[in-house]
Design a protein around this ligand. Structure first.
Ligand code: GLY
Length: 350
Protein backbone atom coordinates (compact mmCIF):
# COMPACT_ATOMS: atom_id res chain seq x y z
CA UNK A 1 0.00 0.00 0.00
CA UNK A 2 1.37 3.43 -0.95
CA UNK A 3 1.64 5.43 2.27
CA UNK A 4 3.60 8.35 0.77
CA UNK A 5 1.88 11.67 0.29
CA UNK A 6 3.31 13.93 -2.43
CA UNK A 7 2.89 17.63 -1.76
CA UNK A 8 4.60 21.07 -1.74
CA UNK A 9 6.11 23.18 1.08
CA UNK A 10 2.75 24.59 2.16
CA UNK A 11 1.10 21.17 2.06
CA UNK A 12 3.96 19.61 4.02
CA UNK A 13 3.26 21.68 7.15
CA UNK A 14 -0.46 20.93 6.85
CA UNK A 15 0.29 17.21 6.43
CA UNK A 16 2.63 17.08 9.47
CA UNK A 17 -0.02 18.88 11.55
CA UNK A 18 -2.66 16.39 10.36
CA UNK A 19 -0.42 13.44 11.29
CA UNK A 20 0.26 14.91 14.70
CA UNK A 21 -3.51 15.18 15.27
CA UNK A 22 -4.28 11.73 13.83
CA UNK A 23 -1.68 10.15 16.13
CA UNK A 24 -2.75 12.36 19.07
CA UNK A 25 0.97 13.02 19.64
CA UNK A 26 1.82 14.71 22.95
CA UNK A 27 5.12 16.25 21.71
CA UNK A 28 6.68 16.97 18.32
CA UNK A 29 10.39 16.47 17.55
CA UNK A 30 12.00 17.49 14.25
CA UNK A 31 15.22 15.61 13.52
CA UNK A 32 17.54 17.08 10.90
CA UNK A 33 21.18 17.84 10.04
CA UNK A 34 22.90 21.22 9.62
CA UNK A 35 22.72 21.23 5.79
CA UNK A 36 19.07 20.29 5.67
CA UNK A 37 18.24 22.90 8.30
CA UNK A 38 19.87 25.59 6.18
CA UNK A 39 18.68 24.46 2.76
CA UNK A 40 15.27 22.97 3.47
CA UNK A 41 13.85 23.74 6.91
CA UNK A 42 14.57 27.45 6.40
CA UNK A 43 12.15 27.38 3.43
CA UNK A 44 9.27 26.14 5.56
CA UNK A 45 6.90 28.09 7.75
CA UNK A 46 7.94 26.04 10.81
CA UNK A 47 6.22 28.54 13.13
CA UNK A 48 2.99 26.77 12.19
CA UNK A 49 4.36 23.62 13.87
CA UNK A 50 5.15 25.20 17.24
CA UNK A 51 5.65 23.99 19.88
CA UNK A 52 8.30 21.55 18.72
CA UNK A 53 11.83 20.53 19.68
CA UNK A 54 14.55 20.57 17.00
CA UNK A 55 17.22 17.87 17.20
CA UNK A 56 20.23 18.30 14.93
CA UNK A 57 22.91 15.75 14.08
CA UNK A 58 25.95 16.18 11.83
CA UNK A 59 25.20 15.43 8.19
CA UNK A 60 26.71 12.59 6.15
CA UNK A 61 26.69 8.81 6.33
CA UNK A 62 29.94 8.88 8.36
CA UNK A 63 27.86 10.37 11.18
CA UNK A 64 25.21 7.64 11.15
CA UNK A 65 26.82 6.34 14.31
CA UNK A 66 26.13 5.17 17.83
CA UNK A 67 27.44 8.55 18.99
CA UNK A 68 24.77 10.47 17.01
CA UNK A 69 22.16 7.93 18.07
CA UNK A 70 22.82 8.37 21.80
CA UNK A 71 22.71 12.16 21.31
CA UNK A 72 19.19 11.77 19.85
CA UNK A 73 18.06 9.46 22.67
CA UNK A 74 19.54 11.86 25.27
CA UNK A 75 17.59 14.81 23.87
CA UNK A 76 14.39 12.77 23.79
CA UNK A 77 14.87 11.85 27.46
CA UNK A 78 15.88 15.41 28.50
CA UNK A 79 12.84 16.85 26.73
CA UNK A 80 10.44 14.37 28.28
CA UNK A 81 9.46 12.46 25.13
CA UNK A 82 7.02 9.59 25.61
CA UNK A 83 5.94 6.63 23.46
CA UNK A 84 3.16 8.89 22.30
CA UNK A 85 5.48 11.61 20.99
CA UNK A 86 6.12 12.06 17.26
CA UNK A 87 9.53 12.33 15.61
CA UNK A 88 9.65 13.84 12.12
CA UNK A 89 12.81 12.86 10.23
CA UNK A 90 13.57 15.70 7.80
CA UNK A 91 16.53 14.89 5.57
CA UNK A 92 18.11 12.36 3.23
CA UNK A 93 18.50 8.62 3.80
CA UNK A 94 20.97 9.14 6.64
CA UNK A 95 18.32 11.00 8.67
CA UNK A 96 15.47 8.55 8.01
CA UNK A 97 17.78 5.61 8.80
CA UNK A 98 19.08 6.92 12.13
CA UNK A 99 15.89 8.79 13.08
CA UNK A 100 13.78 5.72 12.34
CA UNK A 101 16.12 3.57 14.44
CA UNK A 102 16.13 6.06 17.33
CA UNK A 103 12.32 6.28 17.29
CA UNK A 104 11.78 2.53 16.86
CA UNK A 105 13.92 1.76 19.91
CA UNK A 106 13.03 4.69 22.20
CA UNK A 107 10.80 3.23 24.95
CA UNK A 108 10.30 0.29 22.52
CA UNK A 109 8.88 2.56 19.86
CA UNK A 110 7.53 6.09 19.50
CA UNK A 111 5.71 7.48 16.44
CA UNK A 112 7.81 8.65 13.51
CA UNK A 113 7.29 9.99 10.01
CA UNK A 114 9.80 10.53 7.23
CA UNK A 115 10.08 13.74 5.23
CA UNK A 116 12.71 13.00 2.55
CA UNK A 117 14.55 16.03 1.21
CA UNK A 118 16.47 14.25 -1.57
CA UNK A 119 15.12 12.45 -4.62
CA UNK A 120 17.10 9.37 -3.58
CA UNK A 121 15.47 9.23 -0.13
CA UNK A 122 12.00 9.98 -1.55
CA UNK A 123 11.99 6.95 -3.85
CA UNK A 124 14.08 4.61 -1.70
CA UNK A 125 15.32 5.03 1.90
CA UNK A 126 12.23 6.75 3.30
CA UNK A 127 10.03 3.84 2.21
CA UNK A 128 9.99 0.26 3.38
CA UNK A 129 10.82 0.43 7.08
CA UNK A 130 14.56 -0.28 7.03
CA UNK A 131 16.22 1.70 9.86
CA UNK A 132 19.88 1.51 10.86
CA UNK A 133 23.18 2.92 12.01
CA UNK A 134 26.67 2.01 10.79
CA UNK A 135 28.81 0.09 13.28
CA UNK A 136 32.49 -0.93 13.41
CA UNK A 137 32.97 0.47 9.91
CA UNK A 138 30.12 -1.66 8.55
CA UNK A 139 27.23 0.02 6.77
CA UNK A 140 23.76 -0.45 8.23
CA UNK A 141 25.09 -3.14 10.56
CA UNK A 142 22.63 -2.49 13.40
CA UNK A 143 18.98 -1.77 12.68
CA UNK A 144 15.34 -2.77 12.65
CA UNK A 145 12.44 -3.19 10.26
CA UNK A 146 10.05 -0.50 11.51
CA UNK A 147 7.57 1.19 9.22
CA UNK A 148 7.08 4.95 9.56
CA UNK A 149 3.58 6.15 10.40
CA UNK A 150 3.70 8.21 7.19
CA UNK A 151 6.05 9.48 4.47
CA UNK A 152 5.49 13.02 3.19
CA UNK A 153 7.34 14.06 0.01
CA UNK A 154 7.72 17.79 -0.67
CA UNK A 155 8.88 18.07 -4.28
CA UNK A 156 9.86 21.75 -3.73
CA UNK A 157 12.91 20.44 -1.84
CA UNK A 158 14.32 18.84 -5.00
CA UNK A 159 15.09 22.27 -6.47
CA UNK A 160 17.76 22.58 -3.71
CA UNK A 161 19.62 19.54 -5.12
CA UNK A 162 22.62 19.96 -7.39
CA UNK A 163 22.71 18.14 -10.73
CA UNK A 164 24.77 15.23 -9.36
CA UNK A 165 22.35 14.57 -6.52
CA UNK A 166 19.42 14.67 -8.92
CA UNK A 167 21.20 12.08 -11.06
CA UNK A 168 21.96 10.02 -7.97
CA UNK A 169 18.26 9.72 -7.12
CA UNK A 170 17.33 9.12 -10.74
CA UNK A 171 19.50 5.96 -10.88
CA UNK A 172 17.32 4.27 -8.24
CA UNK A 173 14.26 5.32 -10.24
CA UNK A 174 15.69 3.67 -13.37
CA UNK A 175 16.23 0.52 -11.30
CA UNK A 176 12.58 0.55 -10.20
CA UNK A 177 11.51 0.81 -13.84
CA UNK A 178 13.77 -2.09 -14.87
CA UNK A 179 12.35 -4.44 -12.24
CA UNK A 180 8.75 -3.53 -12.95
CA UNK A 181 7.53 -2.18 -16.26
CA UNK A 182 8.81 -1.47 -19.78
CA UNK A 183 6.48 1.56 -20.22
CA UNK A 184 7.89 3.17 -17.09
CA UNK A 185 11.40 2.32 -18.33
CA UNK A 186 10.69 4.06 -21.66
CA UNK A 187 9.40 7.14 -19.79
CA UNK A 188 12.53 7.18 -17.64
CA UNK A 189 14.88 6.89 -20.61
CA UNK A 190 13.19 9.80 -22.40
CA UNK A 191 13.20 12.13 -19.36
CA UNK A 192 15.43 15.14 -19.93
CA UNK A 193 17.70 15.38 -16.89
CA UNK A 194 19.08 18.77 -17.97
CA UNK A 195 15.68 20.50 -18.03
CA UNK A 196 14.51 18.57 -14.93
CA UNK A 197 10.82 19.29 -15.52
CA UNK A 198 9.25 18.94 -12.06
CA UNK A 199 5.69 18.28 -13.27
CA UNK A 200 6.81 15.27 -15.32
CA UNK A 201 9.14 14.23 -12.52
CA UNK A 202 6.23 14.17 -10.04
CA UNK A 203 4.40 11.58 -12.11
CA UNK A 204 7.59 9.48 -12.38
CA UNK A 205 8.19 9.77 -8.62
CA UNK A 206 4.64 8.63 -7.89
CA UNK A 207 4.98 5.58 -10.16
CA UNK A 208 8.39 4.82 -8.65
CA UNK A 209 7.15 4.98 -5.09
CA UNK A 210 4.35 2.55 -6.02
CA UNK A 211 6.92 0.11 -7.44
CA UNK A 212 8.89 0.15 -4.20
CA UNK A 213 5.76 -0.28 -2.04
CA UNK A 214 4.66 -3.26 -4.16
CA UNK A 215 7.96 -5.09 -3.55
CA UNK A 216 8.05 -4.14 0.14
CA UNK A 217 4.45 -5.25 0.76
CA UNK A 218 5.13 -8.67 -0.78
CA UNK A 219 8.23 -9.27 1.36
CA UNK A 220 8.56 -6.66 4.16
CA UNK A 221 11.39 -8.49 5.96
CA UNK A 222 13.58 -8.92 2.86
CA UNK A 223 13.52 -12.73 2.85
CA UNK A 224 12.91 -13.29 -0.86
CA UNK A 225 11.19 -11.26 -3.56
CA UNK A 226 12.25 -7.87 -2.09
CA UNK A 227 15.75 -8.77 -3.30
CA UNK A 228 14.53 -7.52 -6.69
CA UNK A 229 15.38 -4.09 -5.28
CA UNK A 230 19.04 -5.16 -5.14
CA UNK A 231 19.40 -5.00 -8.93
CA UNK A 232 22.61 -3.07 -9.68
CA UNK A 233 23.55 -3.05 -6.00
CA UNK A 234 25.84 -6.09 -5.66
CA UNK A 235 28.41 -4.40 -7.89
CA UNK A 236 27.16 -0.89 -7.06
CA UNK A 237 27.70 -1.23 -3.30
CA UNK A 238 31.20 -2.62 -3.85
CA UNK A 239 32.11 0.30 -6.14
CA UNK A 240 30.76 2.77 -3.59
CA UNK A 241 32.60 1.15 -0.65
CA UNK A 242 35.80 0.82 -2.69
CA UNK A 243 35.78 4.49 -3.73
CA UNK A 244 35.23 5.51 -0.09
CA UNK A 245 38.12 3.35 1.19
CA UNK A 246 40.59 4.14 -1.58
CA UNK A 247 39.86 7.79 -2.30
CA UNK A 248 38.31 8.78 1.03
CA UNK A 249 35.34 10.23 -0.80
CA UNK A 250 32.03 8.73 -1.70
CA UNK A 251 31.14 8.04 -5.27
CA UNK A 252 27.51 9.20 -4.96
CA UNK A 253 25.29 6.19 -4.29
CA UNK A 254 23.26 6.59 -7.47
CA UNK A 255 26.38 6.83 -9.66
CA UNK A 256 27.64 3.55 -8.19
CA UNK A 257 24.19 2.03 -8.75
CA UNK A 258 24.11 3.26 -12.35
CA UNK A 259 27.43 1.56 -13.13
CA UNK A 260 26.26 -1.48 -11.15
CA UNK A 261 23.09 -1.60 -13.24
CA UNK A 262 24.99 -1.56 -16.54
CA UNK A 263 27.34 -4.33 -15.32
CA UNK A 264 24.47 -6.43 -13.96
CA UNK A 265 22.43 -5.99 -17.16
CA UNK A 266 25.49 -7.31 -19.01
CA UNK A 267 25.36 -10.36 -16.72
CA UNK A 268 21.60 -10.58 -17.30
CA UNK A 269 22.17 -10.78 -21.08
CA UNK A 270 24.83 -13.45 -20.61
CA UNK A 271 23.03 -15.61 -18.02
CA UNK A 272 19.32 -14.85 -18.48
CA UNK A 273 19.12 -13.89 -22.17
CA UNK A 274 17.94 -10.35 -21.47
CA UNK A 275 17.36 -8.49 -24.76
CA UNK A 276 20.67 -6.76 -25.66
CA UNK A 277 18.79 -3.62 -26.70
CA UNK A 278 17.92 -2.97 -23.04
CA UNK A 279 21.61 -3.19 -22.11
CA UNK A 280 22.67 -0.90 -24.95
CA UNK A 281 19.97 1.64 -24.13
CA UNK A 282 21.11 1.71 -20.50
CA UNK A 283 24.76 1.96 -21.48
CA UNK A 284 24.08 4.96 -23.75
CA UNK A 285 21.96 6.61 -21.03
CA UNK A 286 24.67 6.04 -18.39
CA UNK A 287 27.48 7.37 -20.58
CA UNK A 288 25.54 10.43 -21.67
CA UNK A 289 24.47 11.41 -18.16
CA UNK A 290 26.87 9.87 -15.64
CA UNK A 291 30.20 10.24 -17.48
CA UNK A 292 33.02 7.71 -17.66
CA UNK A 293 33.36 4.62 -15.46
CA UNK A 294 35.97 5.77 -12.93
CA UNK A 295 37.81 2.48 -12.17
CA UNK A 296 40.68 0.59 -13.79
CA UNK A 297 41.19 -3.18 -14.05
CA UNK A 298 43.94 -2.98 -11.38
CA UNK A 299 41.18 -2.22 -8.89
CA UNK A 300 38.96 -5.24 -9.67
CA UNK A 301 40.51 -7.58 -7.07
CA UNK A 302 39.81 -5.17 -4.21
CA UNK A 303 36.30 -4.44 -5.51
CA UNK A 304 35.69 -8.22 -5.65
CA UNK A 305 36.98 -8.69 -2.08
CA UNK A 306 34.46 -6.13 -0.86
CA UNK A 307 31.68 -7.99 -2.71
CA UNK A 308 32.64 -11.29 -1.03
CA UNK A 309 32.35 -9.65 2.39
CA UNK A 310 28.98 -8.01 1.71
CA UNK A 311 26.51 -9.19 4.32
CA UNK A 312 23.99 -10.11 1.59
CA UNK A 313 26.32 -12.91 0.44
CA UNK A 314 27.35 -16.08 2.27
CA UNK A 315 29.85 -18.95 2.12
CA UNK A 316 32.18 -17.15 -0.29
CA UNK A 317 29.51 -17.00 -3.01
CA UNK A 318 28.19 -13.81 -4.54
CA UNK A 319 24.48 -13.64 -5.29
CA UNK A 320 22.99 -11.31 -7.87
CA UNK A 321 19.55 -10.13 -8.80
CA UNK A 322 19.34 -10.36 -12.59
CA UNK A 323 16.70 -9.76 -15.26
CA UNK A 324 15.36 -12.11 -17.92
CA UNK A 325 13.34 -9.16 -19.25
CA UNK A 326 12.10 -5.81 -17.99
CA UNK A 327 9.91 -6.72 -14.99
CA UNK A 328 11.05 -10.36 -15.13
CA UNK A 329 13.35 -10.61 -12.08
CA UNK A 330 15.58 -13.58 -11.12
CA UNK A 331 16.95 -13.41 -7.57
CA UNK A 332 19.79 -15.42 -5.94
CA UNK A 333 21.87 -15.89 -9.10
CA UNK A 334 25.39 -17.09 -8.34
CA UNK A 335 28.01 -15.51 -10.62
CA UNK A 336 31.70 -16.41 -10.84
CA UNK A 337 34.61 -14.07 -10.28
CA UNK A 338 35.59 -14.31 -13.98
CA UNK A 339 32.08 -13.31 -15.05
CA UNK A 340 32.09 -10.34 -12.65
CA UNK A 341 35.44 -9.14 -14.06
CA UNK A 342 34.06 -9.59 -17.60
CA UNK A 343 31.07 -7.40 -16.68
CA UNK A 344 33.35 -4.71 -15.22
CA UNK A 345 35.45 -4.87 -18.40
CA UNK A 346 32.33 -4.36 -20.47
CA UNK A 347 31.45 -1.18 -18.53
CA UNK A 348 35.00 0.14 -18.56
CA UNK A 349 35.72 -0.53 -22.24
CA UNK A 350 32.34 0.56 -23.64
N1 GLY B 1 16.82 -0.34 -0.68
C1 GLY B 1 16.45 -1.70 -0.80
C2 GLY B 1 15.35 -2.10 0.11
O1 GLY B 1 14.72 -1.28 0.72
O2 GLY B 1 15.10 -3.27 0.23
Amino acid sequence: MNESKITDSEGLITAITAERERLKADRLFLLTDEHTRELCLSRLDCKRLEPYCLIEVHSGDQNKTLHSLTAIWDTLIDEGATRNSLMVNVGGGMISDIGGFAAATFKRGMHFINVPTTLLAAVDASIGGKTSINYQGLKNEIGTFSKPDAVIVNTDFFSTLDHKNRLSGFAEMVKHALISDKYLFAQMMSYDLETFDVTRLKSLIEQNINVKYNFVDLDPYDLGSRKALNLGHTIGHALEAYSYRSQGENLLHGYAVMWGLVAELYLSCKKQHLDKDVLLQMLTFAKENYGAFPFSCKEYEEIYRIMIHDKKNDAGKIYFTLLAGIGDVRINQNITKEEIFEALDFVRES
